[in-house]
Design a protein around this ligand. Structure first.
Ligand code: HGY
Ligand code: MN
Ligand code: MN
Length: 427
């Protein structure tokens, strides 16, 4: 059987080059690499801008046209025989303050490896293929998360995003304009462009695939997520001279509210609700001054959105009850996303792609699972038929320097992606 008798998706899958993929993962991880093996490459920092230039050079070396949009999303385009709407793959290249080498980066580099594999196989697809590196998926420096993908799908969101402020008082708009100036050599592309379909390959960041010793996961959807900011105000005063009954202690108020949130999470443990109070700002943050301002963030998630509705009702009453003086407590919801369900036809394609790759490698067949983490795919699902592929995370660990996936599983994930992207690009 000569190579052209082999179906395009299978040829694409069979041309994935393991060492090339693993080398690019190591190379990208050097941008913001840490001594503990993790990566610190928060969105639109100088390190992130440098990593973006690396990706542009990699893409151009593969013969891609590069474009960027108003939210500094980067698109690497491999032309097809037609000018039909492209097949989109990719993920994000920004990381948590202490992140790993794979969260997001793996999906971007996997997309570039798919293009390299198609080049090696001499395959020309009907549709163009575009690999994207979305801006600010993590939402850690500037909230909310997934700004780039959500603004691409609905550009009216960008104005408000530009007003988001980081811990140093820098606005997202300022950082964005600097990033766009750094890519003045890159053509601009419009937002909300039609896409034929979207596929995102990502690490699971949880324990399910590893527990089942399964290398590939067909993602059903993504659980709902909400982020809030709770700001408590009090009166700065001396820690030693101020009697307890004459204090307006912002930390005491914040602690009282936080305790109620954790109690709720404990009562709701059977619903798999997940609560994280991840960022605290205490002012003046002095050991012997009663705080007059304490702000903390609330990240709450659940597969059942009605649980989040009940949580929100409780949160509203807990903050209302804590008000000891006008303006003492302010509650803001700054990120809200309902559950995402990927369409059957995309899940079936992902299943086929994962099944062939696993069988060829003599590994267990894929399983279906719901993502505990959010991803840019949750917004693309509003824009075009979208699906996701997962590979296992060692120990289920992520958002941690020790985040890791077995190399053979990383390669298998890209083989499945190559099959699925090639199939979509030829339809
Ligand atoms: O927070 C999340 O779920 C994603 O990893 N940024
Ligand atoms: Mn991610
Ligand atoms: Mn992440």
């Amino acid at each position: 059987m000569n190579q052209h008798d082999t179906p395009v998706p299978e040829r694409a899958q069979d041309h994935v080059n393991a060492s090339r993929l693993l080398d690019t993962i190591t190379a990208l991880a050097a941008f913001g690499g840490r001594d503990d093996g993790g990566v610190s490459r928060q969105t639109l920092t100088d390190i992130d801008l440098a990593s973006r230039r690396y990706l542009i050079e990699q893409a151009r070396a593969l013969g891609c046209d590069v474009s960027t949009d108003e939210c500094a999303n980067l698109f690497f385009r491999r032309p097809g025989r037609s000018d039909l709407p492209p097949v989109l793959t990719g993920s994000h290249a920004d990381t948590q303050p202490v992140g790993g080498k794979l969260d997001g980066a793996y999906g971007v580099l996997a997309g570039l490896e798919v293009i390299a594999a198609l080049n090696d196989a001499g395959i020309e697809t009907l549709r163009p293929i575009e690999v994207v590196a979305w801006t600010n998926e993590e939402g850690s420096r500037f909230g909310p998360g997934a700004m780039g993908s959500s603004a691409f799908v609905d550009p009216t969101r960008l104005a408000e995003y530009r007003r988001s402020i980081d811990g140093d008082g820098i606005s997202f708009g300022t950082a964005l304009d600097k990033a766009l100036a750094a890519t003045a050599d890159v053509q601009r592309s419009p937002m909300a462009r039609p896409m034929a379909a979207c596929l995102e390959l990502h690490i699971e960041q949880g324990p399910i695939l590893e527990a089942d010793e399964v290398p590939l996961g067909v993602v059903n959807g993504i659980q709902s997520v909400r982020w809030y900011r709770v700001e408590c105000r009090g009166v700065m005063a001396h820690a030693g001279t101020t009697p307890m009954d004459r204090r307006s202690d912002a930390m005491a108020t914040a602690h009282h509210i936080a305790q109620q949130l954790y109690s709720f999470a404990q009562q709701e443990a059977s619903t798999q609700l997940r609560l994280t109070l991840g960022r605290w700002v205490v002012e003046p943050n002095s050991v012997n001054t009663i705080p007059d301002r304490v702000e903390f963030t609330v990240d709450v998630r659940c597969v059942d959105e009605s649980v989040l509705d009940r949580f929100e009702t409780m949160l509203n009453s807990a903050t209302a009850a804590a008000v000891s003086a006008p303006g003492a407590v302010a509650l803001t919801c700054f990120f809200r996303r309902a559950p995402t369900h990927f369409p059957e036809e995309m899940k079936e394609l992902v299943q086929r792609a994962c099944s062939r790759a696993s069988a060829q490698a003599g590994r267990k067949q894929p399983i279906a699972l719901t993502s505990g983490a959010f991803h840019d795919a949750m917004y693309l699902a509003d824009h075009c038929p979208t699906g996701m592929i997962f590979v296992p995370s060692k120990g289920g660990i992520s958002h941690n320097a020790s985040e890791a996936t077995a190399p053979e599983d990383l390669v298998l994930g890209v083989q499945a992606l190559a099959y699925a992207v090639a199939a979509l690009a030829d339809s």
